[in-house]
Design a binder for this molecule. Structure first.
Ligand SMILES: [Zn+2]
Length: 74
């Protein structure tokens, strides 16, 4: 299974947000990291499957922790 490409962002409340890039149409979907579960079905507006497998979610959490550390928020 191909891993979706994603970026981590903090919103104005310092909540970690995952920005998932659709492999089909490059549309970006934003989801709060806390609301994502491994292999939870997630669809782009074009219908492509952009769900995050557990390994991608673990990587996303690590990145979010690193960003929060950089911003000195916990
Ligand atoms: Zn799409």
């Amino acid at each position: 299974m191909k891993l979706p490409r994603f970026d981590i962002d903090l919103d104005k409340h310092y909540k970690a947000t995952v920005v998932i890039a659709c492999p089909q149409c490059s549309h970006q979907t934003r989801q709060h990291l806390a609301s994502l579960a491994p292999d939870q079905p997630l669809r782009c507006s074009c219908g492509a499957d952009i769900s995050m497998p557990g390994s991608a979610l673990a990587a996303a959490r690590q990145q979010a922790d690193a960003i929060k550390a950089a911003y000195h928020v916990r």
